[in-house]
Design a protein around this ligand. Structure first.
Ligand SMILES: NC(=O)c1ccc[n+]([C@@H]2O[C@H](COP(=O)([O-])OP(=O)(O)OC[C@H]3O[C@@H](n4cnc5c(N)ncnc54)[C@H](OP(=O)(O)O)[C@@H]3O)[C@@H](O)[C@H]2O)c1
Length: 212
């Protein structure tokens, strides 16, 4: 069966994956761009970026992925559901290039974008959303793209096979935390940590197979 993967989910030392006060002019709230500066410096992000260890981790994001699931909080700023013209942050040709399933309590008709991305809007449980995404992924893996609320829900439901978290050495103090309610998650994963010269630590969680 295809795997369920999370990549490049960047968190502060105190566990926040986004800041407080998300808005149209502040997609990450008071965190600004601080959670992703490590990524902006890589070739994964722009062609003159560094091709070192951070790039190697970042570039795994798209390999073998046939669909993404994201939350309403990643798709747009608070209240985007009231704007019928809102089509996500990423312009007419979004970088996903696959079906994208947006979890929202206020679904709307699907939107076909350029470059192979189609947004589908679902009010469904994580397991139901995963079944839809798997069916659309053509045998490839499904990425859970965030934000932290949706990743936390998929982890709590035991649905994530591979989790890549990037711990950034900043303290945000407020925002949306990833780890709340996930006590002892580490018991069901093999965990590796790699710190890179940029100062971040890449944590990879690989789910232990049942019966081992
Ligand atoms: N640090 C990173 O690497 C990273 C990665 C991705 C995103 N982000 C940031 O994270 C923030 C968004 O994260 P978030 O935790 O606030 O929100 P989120 O996880 O993107 O979305 C949560 C929202 O999705 C909807 N939803 C979730 N599960 C649902 C279900 N089963 N059925 C129907 N609707 C469901 C609900 O919205 P409604 O009730 O309003 O429909 C819920 O409030 C943004 O600031 C984004 O920029 C950070």
């Amino acid at each position: 069966m295809s795997a369920v993967r999370v990549h490049n989910l960047s968190i502060s030392l105190d566990g926040f994956a986004t800041g407080d006060g998300q808005a149209l002019d502040a997609p990450f709230g008071h965190a600004g761009e601080r959670l992703h500066e490590w990524m902006f410096a890589t070739r994964f992000w722009h062609e003159t970026g560094a091709a070192g260890a951070d790039h190697v981790f970042a570039a795994r994001h798209g390999e073998g992925v046939g669909a993404e699931i994201m939350g309403a909080g990643k798709f747009g700023p608070p209240g985007w559901q009231d704007d019928p013209a809102w089509r996500g942050w990423w312009g007419d040709t979004p970088p996903f290039r696959t079906p994208v399933f947006v979890l929202t309590h206020r679904p709307r008709p699907s939107i076909e974008m350029g470059g192979g991305t189609t947004y589908h809007f679902l009010d469904a449980s994580p397991a139901e959303a995963l079944a839809r995404a798997r069916a659309a992924a053509g045998g490839l893996d499904v990425r859970v793209g965030g934000g932290p609320t949706v990743v936390r829900d998929f982890l709590a439901a035991g649905l994530v096979d591979h989790l890549h978290v990037v711990q950034v050495p900043i303290l945000l103090g407020r925002g949306v935390r990833l780890w709340d309610g996930l006590e002892a998650l580490e018991e069901t994963y093999t965990i590796e940590a790699v710190s890179t010269p940029s100062g971040v630590t890449h944590l990879t969680f690989t789910r232990l197979r049942q019966g081992r």
